[in-house]
Design a protein around this ligand. Structure first.
Ligand SMILES: Nc1ncnc2c1ncn2[C@@H]1O[C@H](COP(=O)(O)OP(=O)(O)OP(=O)(O)O)[C@@H](O)[C@H]1O
Ligand SMILES: [Mg+2]
Length: 502
């Protein structure tokens, strides 16, 4: 491969570490067995810890700094209002200020997602489906939060996808373009009964009907005419014939989301200009979405989940198919995805993304308080399974102090039980003769299966601050990994103290 066709490197050389080089040194003393490298990072990390346990200032900060120092590109999602400032500070201290793209309401950085999706290379017939997936990923996170439709409900999901697919196709057939306001107009003015489709008043006022007519005038034969027949049949018969309640839930699910993007701040940020994109991260940029959920609520959540999804898919398709592993190491910059308070951002796509993250050279780090917050974030009847399957895909689990019994037990169980010999022994007075006593000694051992880390131990880890010498305690487990904490006996977990001070 010649230099020109490579993924752009700064100054034409690789400026990030090799996959096996150390990112973090864990445990005490420097031991190669306890290094945590890019290869480990590609397998994903989940941090758990109760409020004030030191997640953000302890392991979160250590990982963030390691990624910055290693010159990775990345995407940062924010929930709390002080997070962007913390990243600004860390970037400055690690010499990465120039690489920050901080997306704020002020609107200097804009990402018109539809224009990006429609113009990016490598799309063809898959267009409609990729937009449907994008909208559904955003809606999934929001729906579950509102508990409106019951997540994972296949029927609603199908109904919504069908509506989106037809609306997008209608916009393309009639207007040769898709923008959010035309989708909104189409969906909001679609017929609400079969009688209405024959009503002249509706026909005159409905954007949906007007576009169907315009498309019919344009496409009288060929494939597009056939496509249009399907779209017309959907809106005028199937959609119009849906039960009122079904239709109104499906419509309002879409319109409430679209509404957020069509007005005010989000319109400027996501529906107007296009001056940054996920691809910037492949050249070392760090995109910080400073639209914290705690301040902007669902606006912040919609916007960040949308961008995260687009970013994940860009990361997945960035490695040319014929790239071998060594070539990838040297030419494809690793990227990270970092979300503190990740319960606001997770959705089912994360599990899928994580399953191929290693080959796409992406390091996901999610921080949240406990398992129950994840179960409810995934929502619906399958929430628990989805959350567990997602967590199974993030190999490194870092647990800080936690008062949640479910999380503590789950961590203890992940580490597992080991065979231990429980020693017992004693002495008893034996037969007595005149002037002397004899003693019997007994000693024995029972084979028992015990937690090497008891669930209760997670309640006692150091939580930083002056009382703990600014140290944050953690117990770290990594699937399939053997650590050498004391230099002698391999173990499947390691204890580590993270410093809160840079
Ligand atoms: N840089 C720092 N130096 C000293 N103490 C700090 C620092 N950052 C945070 N702390 C304190 O350490 C404790 C842990 O803070 P931290 O914000 O990291 O916890 P957290 O697990 O992220 O909590 P939350 O769930 O509320 O986000 C808190 O008492 C906090 O006030
Ligand atoms: Mg925090």
């Amino acid at each position: 491969m010649d230099q020109e066709s490579k993924v752009p490197l700064r100054g034409g050389i690789q400026d990030w570490p090799g996959d096996n080089e150390v990112l973090l040194e864990l445990g005490e003393g420097e031991r190669a067995e306890n290094y945590w490298s890019l290869r480990d990072a590609f397998e994903g990390a989940q941090v758990f810890g109760g409020t004030g346990s030191g997640k953000s200032s302890g392991s979160g900060q250590a990982l963030a700094r390691a990624f910055l120092a290693a010159n990775l590109g990345g995407l940062v999602l924010t929930a709390k209002t002080d997070e962007a400032a913390a990243w600004r500070k860390m970037a400055e201290e690690e010499g990465r200020s120039e690489d920050l793209i901080e997306v704020t309401l002020e609107g200097r950085f804009q990402f018109n997602f539809l224009r990006y999706e429609l113009n990016r290379p490598g799309v063809g017939a898959g267009h409609t489906e990729s937009l449907v997936n994008l909208f559904c990923a955003v809606l999934e996170s929001a729906e579950k939060r509102q508990g409106q439709m019951g997540g994972g409900d296949a029927y609603w999901n199908r109904a919504l996808r069908q509506l989106l697919r037809n609306a997008i196709d209608l916009a393309v057939l009639a207007l040769e373009d898709v923008d959010l306001s035309s989708l909104y107009e189409i969906i909001a003015s679609a017929p609400t009964s079969r009688e209405e489709t024959r009503d002249e008043g509706w026909q005159e006022s409905s954007a949906c009907f007007a576009l169907l007519q315009a498309a019919q005038a344009k496409h009288t034969d060929g494939n597009r005419a056939e496509d249009l027949k399907l779209v017309a049949a959907y809106f005028l018969r199937e959609f119009a014939g849906l039960a009122n309640e079904t239709r109104s839930v499906v419509v309002s699910t879409f319109t409430s989301m679209a509404d957020c993007f069509m007005r005010g701040a989000l319109r400027k940020l996501f529906c107007e200009g296009l001056n940054y994109s996920p691809e910037d991260c492949f050249d070392g940029k760090i995109i910080v979405l400073n639209l914290p959920v705690k301040e902007f609520h669902e606006l912040g959540q919609f916007a960040q989940v949308l961008f995260k999804f687009v970013w994940q898919r860009a990361v997945e398709r960035r490695i040319p198919v014929d790239t071998d592993r060594r070539m990838a190491q040297e030419t494809i910059r690793p990227v990270f995805l970092f979300a503190d308070e990740s319960q606001f951002f997770v959705n089912s796509y994360d599990a899928l993304f994580q399953s191929t993250a290693r080959s796409s050279r992406a390091c996901t780090v999610y921080l949240t308080q406990n398992l129950p917050t994840y179960f409810s974030a995934f929502g619906g009847a399958n929430g628990r399974q989805e959350a567990e399957s997602f967590l199974g895909n993030l190999q490194t689990k870092i647990a800080h102090a936690n008062g949640d019994p479910a999380t503590n037990l789950w961590m203890a169980d992940s580490i597992g039980r080991t065979r231990q010999i429980q020693l017992s022994g004693g002495m008893s007075e034996g037969g007595m003769g005149p002037g002397r006593t004899s003693f019997n000694q007994t000693a024995g051992g029972n084979l028992v299966y015990e937690y090497p880390v008891q669930p209760a131990e997670f309640t006692t880890l150091a939580t930083g601050g002056p009382d703990h010498g600014y140290q944050v305690g953690a117990i770290i487990f990594q699937g399939g990994r053997s650590w050498l904490p004391d230099g002698q006996k391999p173990r499947n977990f390691i204890r580590h103290l993270f410093s809160q001070k840079p």
